[in-house]
Write a protein that binds this ligand. Sequence first.
Ligand code: AMP
Length: 175
Amino acid sequence: MNLADTIRAIPDYPKPGIVFRDITTLLGNARAFRRTVDELVQPWAGGKIDKVAGIEARGFILGGAVAHQLSSGFVPIRKKGKLPHETVSIAYSLEYGVDEMEVHKDAILPGERVILVDDLIATGGTAVAAATLIRSLGAVVEAACFIVDLPDLGGADKLRALDVPVRTLIEFAGH
Ligand code: AMP
């Protein structure tokens, strides 16, 4: 099985010129989902990872499975206003305008080893903000994991420039 073939490409979604990489078809394929999680966690199998942080919303699905596999805790990084307890937040740029993401202040402790998870890295704006948020709590970002990298958009390189090791399983050219 070729994992890339289990991801559906939707041209011109959500707007003209963008090819949306729809991972719901991968998630719905039992063998593909298991293989994805197994391959993503492989470098840390048997190692000590305290927390897996997933980025809303597709990072939750994947991050929950990754955390289970690594016997780690799971921490949601959410859009502003969704978390009920005390939070720390960070603003980040989107293509148009800015947004904010948050994490519970007590969800990650100083010195903890954290793996960041999302489905896809494009420009890296989202993942860089999430890694910065985790570091602001004094934790160590051991790595950032994504199913898909769009290398032409440079996001993975931005993370590496911040000394965050990046693990991705599939690359698609373009955006
Ligand atoms: P970025 O901050 O540019 O790296 O964008 C990453 C976020 O946007 C991730 O949460 C992705 O799920 C989503 N995303 C960006 N581009 C695509 C795409 N072509 N297909 C699917 N999701 C995308």
